[in-house]
Design a protein around this ligand. Structure first.
Ligand SMILES: [Zn+2]
Length: 463
């Protein structure tokens, strides 16, 4: 197995192969196959996103994958942002289509041609929907599993509101959802308001969640966008207010993708394999029976344990495969199961369990009745993951007060005046791009390049 610290890129590819998350040998580059274990994992992430969205009264929808050129070209600035990345369907059978159809790169233009039909009155607002679907982007850069692919597993929430104040409240609500989700995934991040030239095409402003990945780069794992009336004016989305006046709605979106999984793999994993926070682990507890005398009874006892855990809604399994216990230990460490139980003759006779945490070397002896406290052990693993994840993030986002230190192999915080000129200068000497001002960080200082007034900002090489 590759060494994560010394060779992150190779380690990342290898761990995805060995833990059987995805297969990238498909005939089309950048379109990978979700293998069963990887699909379970992303579905568990989806479940969390669904629950948090539903809690905030979003409704789930599913739009067609095709968008006509007419729909897409309603909003010029938006289309321009994507024109190099769109896959076009131009033929049906042998017939050239009258109008070209795009595979959705995102769904604004699909949804917003329907919004005027659905949103008529202030009583229809706020209007909040989301979908979890695949989107398509013709990536020309080097593709990488879960980080840069051409078919993307994507969550997109779209809202419409009576006015800008209300859509600004929605932006805050997204941050609440994100806080819970990132806590479940044990990911630390910087909230950055993207510079104008890097905001979502058509947005008033965009805020990104940027995490630090090994390999001295940041990874954008999610974004929220304030659209104000920009799309409403182009797609003619209006509502009748209480006084009988027609007004444009104010809109927002929230986007997440399989990059969440990339972050979980890259940040938490070690040289033995994946390390999964228990909320998304397909198998939270794996039982490895140890062959020996009374093996039938050992298996019966293992099933007792499984039944008890299942009654507590724990995702668990017994590894009955014809391999040695040592092989199974390694395999489940590779797969990142948070807890492993060893059940052999000794455990059977003293009605106990030998427990291993994925994040610790030592083994712990517990009693059968301690299964009632299983969440304590799962949380011990989560706490270990959070501690190392926080430490990694803090070590990899450092404040610098002079340009001499810009080439540190890390994300940097610095004061920046906001000009393209100064950001270009920084990028030229360090390859680090402006991720933007740190959201809700108001301390001011002199721009590290030109000396004018600046705000605390983050620069980094990016994936
Ligand atoms: Zn400057």
């Amino acid at each position: 197995m590759e060494n994560k610290k010394e060779n992150f890129s190779e380690w990342y590819n290898e761990i995805i192969d060995l833990s059987k998350l995805s297969d990238k040998r498909y005939a089309i580059k950048g379109m990978n196959i979700w293998l069963p274990y990887g699909l379970k994992l992303i579905h568990l992430i989806d479940d969390l996103i669904r629950n948090y969205s539903d809690e905030k009264n979003f409704n789930e929808v599913s739009f067609p994958v095709l968008i006509s050129r007419e729909q897409l070209e309603v909003e010029f600035e938006h289309v321009k942002g994507f024109e190099n990345e769109i896959y076009w369907v131009t033929k049906g059978g042998n017939d050239k289509l009258d109008i070209d159809l795009a595979l959705r790169p995102t769904s604004e233009s699909a949804m917003y041609t329907m919004f005027p039909l659905w949103i008529r009155s202030h009583t229809d607002l706020p209007f909040k929907i989301y979908q979890i679907v695949n989107v398509y982007r013709y990536e020309t850069k080097h593709t990488r599993s879960f980080i840069r692919v051409r078919e993307i597993h994507f969550y997109e929430a779209h809202t419409a509101h009576v006015n800008y104040d209300d859509s600004e409240k929605q932006m805050k609500e997204y941050l609440e959802i994100w806080k819970k989700l990132s806590d479940d995934l044990c990911i630390y991040y910087s909230l950055n308001t993207r510079p104008d030239w890097d905001k979502f095409p058509g947005a008033v402003y965009s805020i990104a969640f940027d995490t630090a990945m090994p390999g001295s780069r940041s990874l954008q794992v999610g974004t929220i966008h304030e659209y104000g009336e920009n799309f409403a004016k182009n797609y003619n989305i209006k509502y009748l207010d209480g006084n009988g006046n027609l007004n444009y709605v104010s809109q927002t979106t929230f986007g997440l993708s399989e990059r969440l999984l990339a972050a979980v793999i890259g940040i938490h994993g070690d040289n033995k394999g994946l390390i999964l926070p228990y909320k998304i682990a397909p198998v939270q507890v794996i039982i490895v029976p140890i062959p020996g005398e009374n093996y039938d009874k050992i298996m019966d006892y293992s099933y007792d344990i499984i039944n008890k855990l299942k009654a507590m809604n724990i995702r668990c399994d017994i590894d009955k495969r014809d391999f040695t216990p040592g092989y199974k230990f390694n395999d489940w460490e590779m797969k990142g199961a948070p807890l492993r139980f060893e059940i052999g003759g000794r455990e059977l006779s003293d009605h106990g369990i030998t427990l291993s945490l994925r994040t610790q070397k030592k083994k712990i002896k517990i009693n059968y009745d301690d299964l009632n406290n299983i969440y304590d052990y799962l949380n011990m693993v989560n706490n270990d993951i959070k501690n190392s994840s926080k430490k990694f993030f803090d070590e990899n986002l450092i404040f610098i007060d002079s340009l001499d230190k810009i080439n540190e192999d890390k994300m940097v915080k610095l004061y920046w005046c906001g000009s393209k000129e100064c950001s270009d200068k920084i990028e030229n000497i360090s390859e680090k791009a402006a991720l933007g001002n740190i959201y809700s960080e108001n301390s001011g200082g002199k721009c590290i390049v030109c000396g004018k007034d600046g705000r605390l900002s983050v620069f980094s090489r990016t994936y």
